[in-house]
Design a binder for this molecule. Structure first.
Ligand code: NOJ
Length: 502
């Protein structure tokens, strides 16, 4: 082989820029070894995944309670979150684990139906309020800051019975609930997240129906949901901004999740396809919040496909000018959840029209490489370099903003205490993040691991475990037992070194 040819292969490999050359980067690569001092480190959970106590002390039912009770067959092992990790009773053990790791902050969610059993502010459940105050005080006593998510997928069933995220009234229901939380808990909270991962709420909840409330309305309801989620977020953020910011001195944002989408080849068509997919996944929510409207490619594609499919108007409901102004700039920092990546290629037939759903509205094909490492769930391939590329792309596309990583982590099926694979995952993902910070100038300020403890992983039940601490779900006392990864993260927080050898 000629030297020049070898050099080309070498440079394509080390740049990891595009296409099949990326295989070299598919596994646990380390590019940087030191986590900058300014990066705060936290851990995350969500109410339904950890709390249990699904009907204790006046808590109302929410859609995941209802879905799991009515359709146990849709959950691995017919599991549900009735008790889960029982953090309602063992929150002190959670905080002790966080203290042991040495984290700076804890991201967790408030269960709407625990403080408002029927979803409305007409009926406040004091016992539920008291529970969260106990958690806040425990965090405070241990010097751990609170980052609170107001909505992590658990709309009260009483509101879902009136249409949930498809009913325009949901915007005001959510705003009332948010205002109450700012009032009740404001003095304890450093950062607020209005809504977690709208993509899952709308496309899984109302699109394919895989998640609660499991009301499939692909290509139609899922967009109505997205519109209401964005309006609810924006109004709740504006209430915070107007009525609470000055006194509370905290910050507020929305968490948007994104995979990385890499073109399959060096062709222009595949590059455009990958960018289109990014806009359909991340841009769909980030573009309205940062720039003020749906991404143009979504407006164009969905209008074109809707027409070809015989609809009178686009299935993507438009925002009015007032709504665009309302939604634009409703964030204090970018909050990003990231786990995995996909390859994307163009569909070359110019007359192609897909099915009526969000995924096919993008008009491109995506897949994951079998050579990529796999975590417990099929969708969950381990692609550390994708994280670095995503961060650089967010900066290029949306400007030089502060980015907080609000979730990153990896699952296994056993909950093994010797979780070297989790150490490898965290180390390699952090390493690519640090690369993006140093070499790409990306302004990441915090990094959050999902999760501090094993918990209820939605429809995967207890079959996918992501904790730094093992929880035996059959033990009534649910002891939190440190995994190797918790000691690894503790060492990183102390020494800032991502490797074992420093
Ligand atoms: C994102 C979600 O916010 C969280 O609830 C979930 O457990 C993790 N991803 C892992 O799948």
């Amino acid at each position: 082989m000629k030297l020049s040819y070898l050099l080309v292969i070498f440079f394509v490999s080390i740049s990891g820029s595009v296409g099949d050359g990326d295989d070299e980067f598919a596994n646990y690569t380390i590019t940087k070894r030191i986590l900058p001092k300014h990066i705060a480190v936290g851990v995350a959970t969500a109410a339904y995944q950890i709390e249990g106590a699904w009907n204790l002390d006046g808590k109302g039912e929410q859609v995941w309670d209802t879905f799991a009770h009515e359709h146990p067959e849709r959950f691995a092992g017919r599991a549900n979150g009735d008790v889960a990790s029982d953090s309602y009773h063992f929150y002190k053990e959670d905080v002790a684990a966080m203290k042991e790791v040495g984290v700076n902050y804890y991201r967790f969610s408030i269960a709407w139906s625990r403080i408002l059993p029927d979803g409305t502010v007409n009926n406040i459940n004091q016992a539920g309020v008291d529970y969260y105050v106990r958690v806040f005080k425990e965090l405070e006593a241990n010097g751990i800051e609170a980052m609170v998510t107001l909505y992590h997928w658990d709309i009260p069933t009483a509101l879902e019975n009136q249409g949930g995220w498809l009913n325009p009234k949901v915007v005001d229901w959510f705003v009332d609930y948010a205002r109450l939380c700012y009032k009740l808990f404001g003095k304890y909270v450093k950062s607020w997240v209005t809504i977690n991962e709208p993509k899952q709420i709308c496309h899984s909840g109302y699109g394919n129906g895989g998640f609660a409330p499991a009301k499939p309305s692909p290509g139609i309801g899922e967009y109505v949901c997205a519109r209401h989620v964005l309006l609810a977020h924006a109004k709740a953020w504006r209430v915070f901004d107007r009525e609470f910011r000055a006194t509370l001195k905290s910050r507020n944002t929305i968490v948007i999740d994104s995979d990385w989408y890499e073109p399959t080849s060096y062709s222009e068509a595949d590059a455009v396809a990958a960018e289109t997919k990014r806009q359909f996944v991340y841009g769909m929510y980030a573009n309205p919040v940062i720039k003020g409207n749906w991404p143009q490619v979504m407006i164009d594609n969905i209008a074109r496909f809707s027409k070809a499919q015989g609809f009178n108007e686009s299935r993507l409901p438009p925002f009015s000018e007032e709504e665009v102004a309302l939604i634009k700039d409703t964030y204090d920092f970018i909050a990003l959840n990231h786990y995995t990546s996909y390859m994307v290629s163009a569909i070359t037939d110019p007359n192609h029209v897909g099915g009526v759903n969000w995924d096919e509205d993008s008009g491109v094909k995506s897949y994951q490489k079998s050579s990529w490492g796999t975590a417990a769930a099929g969708w969950f391939k381990i692609v550390p370099w994708g994280f670095g590329k995503l961060l650089r792309w967010v900066k290029e596309t949306y400007g030089d903003k502060e980015i907080v990583i609000t979730e990153n982590g990896v699952s296994d099926t056993t909950g093994t205490l010797r979780d070297q694979h989790r150490i490898d995952y965290l180390r390699s993902y952090m390493s690519h993040m640090v690369d993006a910070i140093y070499d790409g100038g990306v302004n990441v300020t915090s990094y959050t691991v999902w999760s501090i403890i094993d918990n209820f992983e939605w429809t995967q039940g207890f079959g996918a475990k992501l904790g730094l601490y093992y929880v035996n779900m059959s033990d009534p006392l649910r002891p939190r037992i440190a995994k190797d990864s918790s000691r690894y993260l503790a060492k990183v927080i102390k020494t800032r070194c991502l490797l074992d050898s420093c």
